[in-house]
Design a protein around this ligand. Sequence first.
Ligand SMILES: *[C@@H]1O[C@H](CO)[C@@H](O)[C@H](O)[C@H]1NC(C)=O
Ligand SMILES: *[C@@H]1O[C@H](CO)[C@@H](O)[C@H](O)[C@H]1NC(C)=O
Length: 410
Amino acid sequence: MKMEDYKRRGSSVRRKSNECMRGIVTVIVSLVIGFFIGVSFPAFSPPKLKLVPSIDTYLGDQDSGRSTQTILNVISVARDNVSTKAHKLDDPSEIFVTTNPRGAERLPPAIIASESDFYPRRLYGRPSEDLTFKPKYLVTFTVGYNQKDNIDKAVKKFSGNFTILLFHYDGLTTEWDEFEWSKQAIHISVPKQTKWWYAKRFLHPDIVAPYDYIFIWDEDLGVENFDAEEYIKLVKKHKLEISQPGLDPNSKGLTWQMTRRREDLEVHIETEEKPGWCTDPHLPPCAAFVEIMAPVFSRDAWRCVWYLIQNDLVHGWGLDFALRKCIEPAYERIGVVDAQWIVHQGVPSLGNQGREENGKPAWEGVRERCKKEWKMFQDRVSRAEREYFKSIGVRSSDHEANWVTDDRIQ
Ligand SMILES: *[C@@H]1O[C@H](CO)[C@@H](O)[C@H](O)[C@H]1NC(C)=O
Ligand SMILES: *[C@@H]1O[C@H](CO)[C@@H](O)[C@H](O)[C@H]1NC(C)=O
């Protein structure tokens, strides 16, 4: 395509999105007007408000500003109030079950399938006989084809009890079928996205609900001294909700003492760091802490952690410091498995695929964004906690202990 075409296309896309924005604004304005009319004449308006759920759902995913969100919140509260009332007044033969999943209130509870899975099915035969075996664990790798040999080795350390899911950031998928296991694996391909971007989009807790444990791993891990079944035995034995294998001390970029493999132990849940880093020894990075390169989550832990992942903060830096907020007591339930350990090879991959800018190499821009995201995430968590405690009238205690800033890890 020539530059001109790009420009033309760009402007028509822009025009379209302007039109779209205008459409949304119109809808919002009508909603607001509708809402106030509804509030003023509640007895006359239930049919109007019944329209709201579908529009709400549609707008809910737009990257809209706070005010839109607030309007929608009010609308959704109003909707619930009105709908419930309407139901009470209306014909009882109409179904409305408030304990159903949001948006599915009109369905009889017994038909609702609120969870799913990654189990492929046949196109023929009895559905009840499709699945002769249901893997109990899930492992995902975010991969580029260049790392195929390493991933092949890694996958072989995971037994048939695992569903294998590959997130492809380089668009190459069928190429992997040279490996027998690839034909049974789930492949999801979206160019140049990060592990946490995929995890947020494709690993919703209701979708991965059948799996007892979920491994969300990078592609550059050496697994010679690792066996996934043995690992799970230890995680169960020590009741770890979030864990990672110990990192061989020769690993590239071994940043934290907590993740360094201890030769004398099966599992460890605490460590010592550099002086001054851990004013509270029960908090990260000295405890309640694993890194984001090779985490393993129990089903329950993941159901919480998924909500922590931000849609725009794709690198996930800082997430490791906040994982503990999902677990109680985090200090006992988050740990590192030493008896099954891995090597972090530090192969440059996505990190190199930024954009050269102002004479700076591509990796630098990615790195900068990682750090910026870390700070943004930290600020969001702190602000959210402050807001919460303020809203219930409690003076928050020290909830920000030990947030280590990025200048310390250089
Ligand atoms: C919805 O109902 C609750 C409790 O019945 C009430 O406190 C709240 O103000 C109502 N919200 C709206 C927007 O009407
Ligand atoms: C798969 O899980 C079952 C049940 O826990 C276990 O008996 C079996 O040994 C596992 N398979 C492998 C290959 O380890």
